[in-house]
Write a protein that binds this ligand. Structure first.
Ligand code: SAM
Length: 402
């Protein structure tokens, strides 16, 4: 990877942090995500769906609740962006099968957007056992197809654009933080983009430099009223949110985005993880995960006014509003094995403790605007009272419609 980046920089000059991050993470041959499974105790980091199945189960309940809130459409596409090992989708589908009496009327299909061949094989194993096969042609936008044991069809895509247009609930857990960010620094001469260059003192090392003049990105991506001195902008994430908003507006549905992030307040959050420890982002590129906090204020801006945005709310509030406490009590009551009980309690603590994942992780949702509108009073019927309030959206305490 270092050799590849060096020759790229030698031929074109210093590259943007966004280009660096994209190459390092998703280069089709040597990219970090493309080559290895990095999730879990032996990997570089662990995520909530891998910590406890209760996490995915509660998201499954949220999905069913939003499908019901939309009037139980006949077709329900579950679309997951960056599904990792497939554990979240698998836990969601288990809830669907347990609540057959509720969801039974809908034709459910699963659509996974994944760039990593290694992870897509793991997802296929988790979700379909050996009931999946790769497409015979490279040009097929669906590069793998399969079926779960319960007969739900599962399709894999490299890009969201290729997922069929239909009522969909989109889920993205720790996906947006893996998308490349541009970094900008306020200087006396105005905003300048931070670039990655070869260190002249040691050609085996990379270093950050400041672009001497404005770049296209620094001229177009920084808000005129920006108050921070350093900002990170995930243009690719913005485009994906625009696509989600357009689909929800046109076809109905909702999106649930969960990630670590902030609401337009943080500055320098670009960092690396290797073996569960922080890692220098420019050292041994390709050997560590690179990530940046998600700026939810930017996602909200990019979603535009065609959809409603809820959140961000902390993971702790979201999971508690979804009933994690009651669910844990049932599991503990039915469990007599002390080691399993200990594990249940520690996973609950990890997910909800404000000092662990409880406050750092945030939940944000895009909804069809009709979802938050008050139910219509039937024509010709005069009501004395004010019209009823809209049905609350599970997980989000305050309906901060924006
Ligand atoms: C940090 S992992 C999270 C995995 C999983 N959602 C979880 O929480 O365990 C990021 C996931 O997004 C995928 N990914 C990263 N960049 C992507 C892109 N540009 N398009 C599609 N998938 C991508 C990775 O391969 C991986 O599955």
């Amino acid at each position: 990877m270092l050799k590849h980046l060096r020759s790229k920089i030698q031929s074109t000059g210093p590259i943007s942090v966004s280009e660096y991050m994209k190459e390092v993470l998703t280069n089709p041959v040597t990219g970090y995500y493309v080559r290895k499974n990095m999730l879990g105790a032996d990997g570089d980091f662990i995520t909530s769906p891998e910590i406890s199945q209760v996490f995915g189960e509660l998201l499954g309940v949220w999905i069913i609740s939003e499908w019901m809130g939309a009037g139980r459409p006949k077709r329900l596409q579950l679309v997951e962006l960056g599904p990792g090992k497939g554990s979240l989708a698998s836990d969601i589908l288990r809830v669907f099968s347990q609540l057959q009496s509720v969801v039974g009327g809908a034709s459910v299909s699963v659509h996974l957007v994944e760039v990593s061949p290694v992870l897509s094989r793991l997802q296929a194993e988790t979700l379909t056992g050996n009931r999946s096969e790769e497409a015979s042609s490279e040009d097929d936008p669906v590069y793998r197809r399969g079926e779960t044991e319960g007969g739900v069809s599962v399709s894999w895509y490299r890009r969201l654009e290729d997922v069929p247009a239909a009522f969909s609930i989109f889920v993205a857990h720790e996906f947006f933080d893996a998308l490349p960010v541009h970094k900008f620094q306020r200087t006396e001469k105005g905003w300048r983009e931070v670039l990655v260059d070869i260190d002249p003192a040691d050609p085996d090392r990379l270093r950050f430099v400041m672009a001497p003049t404005p770049t296209l990105a620094s001229s177009t991506l920084v808000q005129a009223e920006e108050r921070r001195d350093h900002v990170e902008v995930c243009a690719e994430g913005g485009v994906i949110v625009q696509q989600l908003a357009r689909r929800i507006q046109e076809e109905g549905g909702a999106a649930l985005i969960a990630d670590y992030g902030h609401d337009g307040t943080k500055t320098d959050t670009f960092r690396g993880f290797k073996g569960h420890r922080l890692h220098d982002v420019l050292l041994a590129p390709g050997s560590a995960d690179l990530t940046a906090d998600v700026d939810f204020s930017f996602l909200r801006r990019m979603a535009g006014g065609g959809v409603a945005c809820l959140g961000p709310v902390s993971q702790r509030s979201f999971l508690r509003n979804m009933g994690i406490d009651a669910r844990m009590q049932v599991l503990l009551r039915n469990c007599s094995d002390p080691s399993v009980r200990k594990q249940l309690i520690s996973s609950y603590d990890m997910l909800t403790n404000p000092a662990k994942m409880g406050e750092r992780f945030q939940f944000f949702s895009l909804l069809h605007r009709a979802r938050l509108a008050a139910p219509k009073t039937p024509e010709g019927l005069k009501l004395e009272k004010k019209s009823p309030a809209p049905l609350p959206v599970a997980g989000f305490t305050e309906l901060s419609l924006s």
